[in-house]
Design a protein around this ligand. Structure first.
Ligand code: ZN
Ligand code: ZN
Length: 238
């Protein structure tokens, strides 16, 4: 019988192309060199926390001051070094071979979000960007995580009503302004969202502004609970 891991994972390291001796899509050196977020994290935004766990659901200072508009959040890795290179490889270089290993890391990291009957919803791209890139990386990740978890994904639950400006140099307030009203629940999927427990999926969390707008849209449409799962997130160095 064929080894099932051979089907799930490629034989080459997805980061360096070297041979992979174990499961997970990365060689031992790249695995060690990837800034995975493990250990204690903020239950709300998934940022790494220093020190010991304070209570069952520890939170970072930012989330204690202002809780994000979703219940719980997790990210697989910090958006820097090889973490950043892999995300950009998926986004801009058609590295679709990255989807399976990345989604398997997300499914494992986000296992705490899995309980109950979930619906996975990707953060949408505007159709003009979809034409340029040909695929929405968030939708590919959501579909694969849903397959691993054995739950549904609704790829068009959210739609972009207009194109937003690139956000690289914006503050969080400017990003929120830029995204305000830009993401809505697709009226054709409103019944799928209402009363559901949704895990919102994206490739990267930067300020969280896009995810906030998307989470609010889902809540406004009657989603019972919204959690956030991203492949990578910007982590402020202490
Ligand atoms: Zn490697
Ligand atoms: Zn937090």
């Amino acid at each position: 019988m064929q080894n099932p891991l051979k089907i799930l994972y490629p034989d080459q390291c997805v980061a360096c192309g070297g041979l992979v001796d174990g499961a997970g899509g990365l060689c031992a050196a790249c695995w060690a060199g990837t800034p995975f977020i493990d250990g204690l994290v903020c239950d709300a935004c998934g940022a790494p926390l220093l020190g010991e766990a304070a209570g069952a659901r520890p939170q970072c200072d930012g989330c204690m001051a202002e809780h994000p508009p979703w219940a719980q959040g997790r990210s697989v890795m910090a958006y820097r070094d090889s973490g950043r290179r892999m995300v950009l490889g998926l986004k801009h270089s058609d590295r679709l071979d990255l989807v399976r290993p990345m989604a398997s890391w997300m499914a494992a990291r986000g296992a705490v979000l899995k309980s109950g009957d979930k619906v996975l919803v990707p953060v949408p791209l505007h159709w003009t960007r979809l034409l340029m890139r040909r695929f929405n990386q968030a939708a590919l990740l959501a579909r694969e995580v849903a397959r691993i978890w054995g739950c549904d994904t609704v790829p068009d639950a959210l739609i972009r009503t207009r194109r937003t400006r690139p956000q690289e140099r914006m503050t969080k307030a400017e990003r929120l302004e830029n995204q305000a009203g830009a993401i809505r629940v697709n009226p054709a999927r409103a019944t799928r969202v209402a009363g559901s427990s949704v895990v919102l999926v994206d490739d990267v969390m930067t300020s969280g502004a896009t995810l906030s707008v998307a989470a609010r849209a889902l809540k406004d449409a009657g989603a019972e609970r919204v959690c956030v799962l991203t492949l990578a997130r910007v982590v402020k160095e202490p």
